[in-house]
Design a protein around this ligand. Structure first.
Ligand code: PCA
Length: 166
């Protein structure tokens, strides 16, 4: 069954929200552990994926935070991971990502690369929520655009944990 179909099924919705992460929440990245702290709720890795459309993914601000700018068609197709999260985890992450001031959570169309969720893989085309931003500073769209974020990459802009995020 398509992920979109599952998401639209009201009886399943409370337990199943799909979230595409492309930044510090990915495996191997500095905030990944927060998705696996049971106090925050539940998260399950389902797939690796990339956005169907291009978006600028920039590293910006004094804390070197990754931002997917809400400018579809610019930048590159962005690689990340799809998780199934429960309501509690979604609320925790919205709060952690400072929604709606810093990021806004919106649906995004995806292409599944590898299905990791067990059972039968859904259709390759999927939709999930993503933390993108339209509240960016004027210079950000001209920053270098990344296709796959790595806090420890050779761009040298290592993510700096903010006090408020701890
Ligand atoms: N955390 C969210 C948005 C950017 C970030 O660092 C993510 O990983 O998708």
């Amino acid at each position: 069954m398509k992920l979109t179909k599952l998401m639209n099924n009201a009886s399943l919705r409370p337990a199943m929200t799909f979230l595409f992460v492309y930044g510090t929440l990915k495996r191997g990245q500095p905030n990944h552990y927060r998705m696996f702290d049971a106090a925050n709720g539940k998260a399950e890795l389902l797939a690796s994926a990339l956005t169907a459309q291009q978006f600028p993914l920039v590293i910006a601000g004094e804390h070197n935070i990754p931002f997917l700018l809400d400018l579809p068609g610019r930048g590159r197709r962005v690689h990340g991971e799809i998780y199934r999260v429960d309501e509690r985890m979604l609320r925790f992450l919205d709060d952690f990502e400072c929604v709606p001031a810093m990021y806004q959570r919106r649906p995004v169309a995806l292409e599944v690369k590898e299905w990791l969720g067990g059972g039968e893989a859904p259709a390759a085309a999927a939709e999930a929520f993503v933390y993108s931003t339209s509240t960016y500073e004027p210079g950000w769209p001209s920053l270098p655009s990344h296709e796959s974020y790595d806090a420890y990459g050779d761009h040298g802009l290592e993510y700096r944990v903010r006090e408020a995020r701890d």
